[in-house]
Write a protein that binds this ligand. Sequence first.
Ligand SMILES: *[C@@H]1O[C@H](CO)[C@@H](O)[C@H](O)[C@H]1NC(C)=O
Ligand SMILES: *[C@@H]1O[C@H](CO)[C@@H](O)[C@H](O)[C@H]1NC(C)=O
Ligand SMILES: *[C@@H]1O[C@H](CO)[C@@H](O)[C@H](O)[C@H]1NC(C)=O
Ligand SMILES: *[C@@H]1O[C@H](CO)[C@@H](O)[C@H](O)[C@H]1NC(C)=O
Ligand SMILES: *[C@@H]1O[C@H](CO)[C@@H](O)[C@H](O)[C@H]1NC(C)=O
Ligand SMILES: *[C@@H]1O[C@H](CO)[C@@H](O)[C@H](O)[C@H]1NC(C)=O
Ligand SMILES: *[C@@H]1O[C@H](CO)[C@@H](O)[C@H](O)[C@H]1NC(C)=O
Length: 303
Amino acid sequence: MAAPRPRPQPLLLLLVSLLAASAPRRADAWGKEGHIMVCKIAEKYLSEEAAAAVQDLLPESAGGELSTMCPWADTMRFRYHWASPLHYANTPNVCNFNFSRDCHNSRGEQGMCVVGAINNYTDQLYTYGDSPKSSYNLTESLMFLAHFVGDVHQPLHVGYEEDEGGNTIMVHWYRRKANLHHVWDVSIIDTVMKDFYNKSMDTMVDALQTNLTEGWSDDVGHWENCANKKATCANDYAIESINLSCNYAYKDVVQNITLGDDYYFTRYPVVEKRLAQAGVRLALILNRIFDKKKADTTPLYIQ
Ligand SMILES: *[C@@H]1O[C@H](CO)[C@@H](O)[C@H](O)[C@H]1NC(C)=O
Ligand SMILES: *[C@@H]1O[C@H](CO)[C@@H](O)[C@H](O)[C@H]1NC(C)=O
Ligand SMILES: *[C@@H]1O[C@H](CO)[C@@H](O)[C@H](O)[C@H]1NC(C)=O
Ligand SMILES: *[C@@H]1O[C@H](CO)[C@@H](O)[C@H](O)[C@H]1NC(C)=O
Ligand SMILES: *[C@@H]1O[C@H](CO)[C@@H](O)[C@H](O)[C@H]1NC(C)=O
Ligand SMILES: *[C@@H]1O[C@H](CO)[C@@H](O)[C@H](O)[C@H]1NC(C)=O
Ligand SMILES: *[C@@H]1O[C@H](CO)[C@@H](O)[C@H](O)[C@H]1NC(C)=O
């Protein structure tokens, strides 16, 4: 099923290389597409109460769709510099994640990583509907939460400190220069959309949703299983991610390697599954927050 790769245009290639060279080290999380798709999936599984609260909190510019706001946190990385470490976590080059060892920013402040951020913004959203009114900007809390639940599922957002989650590992994705982190944020998704989904996010989301009710239906209960009543299960999602980083993302990759069909065909199913898991779990978290009567007991409604 190997689809031929288009021949890259020399000028485009040059531009891409120049951009890659000048880009900040820590690339965005899942590209825009990844975040939008995670949230499009989540929107399909929101309870009525959760959907209403989300509508209430979304800014006007969202046009009523959570998914349009899910890349927002990446656009704020320069303005909200403090939030930059909240997109990821690094381990000391080991294949396990330990919150007290790994969840901090460069100044050593505890909790300043993607796992702490998910729990932080979840806590803030629990104040929705309080009177007097919550002192948090819950619109921002929602937009951060939706973004970071996506991030924690991108395997290389829980990667090795030494290579900054794959950002310093230069590779070729077929014939294009990229770093490994970018391959997992963007390139695999782009290639999958081109090869299987006619370059359409909606077509891809539909395929993932079909799988949630068919191929993965036995697994979904397990994905949703979250025994942690005090916080979200973001810690578990980070543990899964570092494991996937070791077993898939980093596996057999060395500096300057060319990644092609062998890598692509064994890794894209992981990416598809992580996008779907992130969507299901974001809905789970939002339903728990906003649908307080039924919290904890209701499994996601599978359409
Ligand atoms: C996690 O890291 C902390 C701090 O480094 C350490 O004290 C603790 O034993 C570790 N926990 C596990 C389960 O390895
Ligand atoms: C929690 O949210 C507040 C408000 O956005 C922010 O100042 C703080 O740094 C956040 N902490 C974490 C761990 O996300
Ligand atoms: C809350 O945050 C949003 C997004 O940053 C902003 O547009 C809005 O003005 C903020 N609301 C308040 C009351 O500060
Ligand atoms: C693919 O998308 C194009 C527009 O982008 C559309 O014209 C075409 O019909 C689509 N093909 C399929 C098989 O859906
Ligand atoms: C659907 O699930 C099956 C079984 O896990 C998997 O092989 C396939 O790649 C999945 N398809 C999509 C679109 O994710
Ligand atoms: C890590 O991955 C291996 C191989 O895929 C799997 O057998 C193991 O259960 C995973 N461990 C965790 C903690 O997820
Ligand atoms: C990777 O390629 C660059 C130039 O393209 C070269 O300078 C560098 O030494 C190579 N690194 C390794 C580990 O092969």
